[in-house]
Design a protein around this ligand. Structure first.
Ligand code: PGA
Length: 256
């Protein structure tokens, strides 16, 4: 894991945007895994401002709420169109988001996995982290080998997301999410976290034991993970001086 600590969320978003831009320049037909929630918003704003060519890019989103129509203001379909897709030149047919209204959810999940495989796999996956350590919507005790499937949200996640829905009761209980096994097959994982309320989850993910009790800790088993944090999200890390030194002394050929 490479831990990159920046003074502000804006500075993190700029670095993350540069990584994505480099990916698209190196391979204009890249396959990207995308995330929703508050975390990637600044990154998407940066990417829009960069005016990159998305015409050959394929995207797969991590997750979607079950039972919300696409047009619902809080569906991840709506989120992605509002915050990224309608501002870039991506082809509609290259966009993939799980269908939360699917009648046959197991089939929908199996199809999603097949589509990722058929696209050649995900080159770069953007991840946020839940306060309970979830990635995608893989809540604690999710199988570390899991694939795209239906999950039941933990109460803590429903509480965290109540801010988007007005009340906790309105937050759906079920979601479709890529599994941890799916995320582990992305060639590069880019985990972003901002704010003090993510500090514990980040410390457990980066420095804790690998455990399904902290799903993001599985990323320790992935060969190429960049963890990009603001100071507050990094504040509970034990080896913070080491991470800072590594980043400040990167050889030129490793520059981001
Ligand atoms: P957030 O959610 O970006 O809204 O904090 C992160 C997550 O649940 O993965």
């Amino acid at each position: 894991m490479e831990v990159i600590i920046q003074p502000s969320a804006e500075a993190v978003a700029k670095i993350a945007a540069r990584m994505l831009a480099r990916q698209l320049l190196e391979n204009p037909a890249s396959v990207l895994g995308l995330a929703t929630g508050s975390t990637p918003l600044l990154l998407y704003r940066e990417l829009i401002a960069m005016r990159l060519d998305w015409s050959r890019v394929t995207t797969f989103n991590l997750d979607e709420y079950v039972g919300l129509p696409r047009t619902h203001a809080q569906s991840y379909h709506s989120f992605m169109w509002k915050n990224l897709f309608r501002h870039i030149n991506i082809a509609r047919e290259n966009i993939h988001i799980p269908d939360g209204m699917a009648e046959d959810i197991p089939k929908c999940c199996a199809d999603y996995e097949r589509r990722i495989r058929d696209a050649g796999g995900i080159d770069l996956q953007v991840l946020g982290i839940g306060t309970d350590g979830h990635i995608g919507f893989n809540e604690p005790t999710s199988s570390l080998a899991s694939r795209t499937r239906i999950k039941t949200l933990a109460e803590r996640t429903r509480r965290d997301n109540a801010r988007f829905f007005g009340s906790e009761d309105a937050v759906p209980r079920h979601v479709i999410t890529m599994g941890i096994g799916t995320i582990m097959e992305a060639r590069l994982n880019l985990l972003l976290a901002f704010g003090e309320n993510k500090a514990r989850a980040i410390a457990e993910a980066v420095e804790g034991p690998v455990s399904s009790a902290h799903p993001a800790s599985m990323l320790q088993m992935h060969p190429v993970v960049k963890v990009c944090l603001d100071e507050a999200a990094a504040s509970r890390l034990q080896r913070i001086d080491y991470y800072r030194w590594v980043y400040a002394n990167k050889p030129a050929w490793q520059a981001i």
